[in-house]
Write a protein that binds this ligand. Structure first.
Ligand code: C2E
Ligand code: CA
Ligand code: CA
Ligand code: CA
Length: 278
């Protein structure tokens, strides 16, 4: 037994060692990914459950690694956040998303684009100016941009976050709380923050109709949204039953594989046509 135990220990050390090496390699590759044009955005439609119309899209980042293929954002975003490269990458995302929004508007399909804003980006001194400058440069009206921020963004310096989000909101940008209920939720910041949207995380939607706790959590978020006058959007909607339940319960917006997975800009345009022509 002792023998086996020590083998386990060696295996454990070896795998940590490998994990560290892989992370270091990814970190190195990440630093060059922008310069080598390895990033692109995909867009997932957001649907109004009452009007059954596509009201916007969430832009999601994809990294096509030259040797390893597609690396999921959950793998590389935390690395980019810990070494600060997320600032430059996030600015690229914003720029690309605004460029796309301008293009769609010029083609007669003005859509609201939701962009994920890392807590690290929000801590940047110049973030408000950077966002507004990007909108201006692409001539995108601020009302067409939504920023998705997580609860962790409010934790390090609440007043600083309030101040910046207020300035962004006053300019016309809408703010959504992403992954709502998964972090250190506090009703204090909901009161202080100029937020207009709550996103129910997909972990509560997956078993929405199977697990009673998830049903209650989703209901609670929908009711909270109603009483605070916030639009609630459910993410990760995969079935017609989930969609039906959520719309009956009063959740206004949804996104998920049931409607569409995230799509390239081109595929998104086709989807938009076929969805509204049904
Ligand atoms: P998120 O912001 O919570 O995004 C939702 C994730 O759920 C996306 O994963 C999306 O592809 C996935 N999803 C959408 N519909 C469904 C569904 O019906 N079922 C399931 N199982 N999943 C669904 P993705 O694209 O892999 O992104 C993962 C996370 O990476 C995002 O979570 C976000 O936190 C982060 N991320 C992605 N792009 C960016 C970015 O440009 N900037 C920053 N800071 N973070 C990003
Ligand atoms: Ca998001
Ligand atoms: Ca989420
Ligand atoms: Ca997230």
């Amino acid at each position: 037994a002792k023998q086996a135990g020590s083998n386990h220990f060696q295996f454990y050390v070896a795998s940590i060692d490998q994990e560290i090496r892989e992370r270091k390699q990814l970190e190195k590759d990440l630093a060059q990914a922008l310069a080598y044009h390895q990033f692109h955005l995909v867009y997932q439609p957001q649907i109004n459950l009452t009007s059954r119309r596509i009201i916007g899209a969430e832009a999601l980042l994809r990294w096509e690694h030259p040797d390893r293929g597609m690396i999921p954002p959950d793998r590389f975003i935390p690395i980019a956040e810990s070494n600060g490269t997320i600032v430059e990458i996030g600015q690229w995302v914003l720029d690309q998303a605004c460029w796309q929004a301008a293009r769609w508007a010029s083609e007669g399909t003005p859509l609201r684009i939701a962009v994920n804003l890392s807590a690290v980006q929000l801590r940047q001194e110049s973030i408000v100016e950077d966002v507004l400058e990007t909108l201006e440069r692409h001539k995108v009206p601020a009302g067409r941009l939504e920023l998705e921020v997580t609860e962790t963004s409010f934790m390090t310096n609440l007043n600083d976050a309030v101040d910046k989000l207020q300035r962004l909101h006053r300019a016309g940008i809408s703010i959504a709380v992403d992954d709502f209920g998964t972090g250190y939720s506090s009703l204090t910041y909901l009161k202080k923050m100029p937020v207009q949207h709550l996103k129910i995380d997909k972990q509560f939607i997956r078993d929405l109709l199977i697990n009673e706790e998830d049903t209650r959590i989703a209901n609670t978020i929908i009711d909270l949204g109603k009483s605070l006058n916030l639009t609630v959007i459910a993410e990760g909607v995969e079935t017609a039953e989930q969609e039906y339940y959520l719309s009956q319960r009063g959740c206004q917006l949804a996104q998920g594989y049931f409607f569409s997975k995230p799509l390239s800009a081109r595929d998104f345009e086709h989807f938009l046509k076929s969805f509204h022509d049904r």
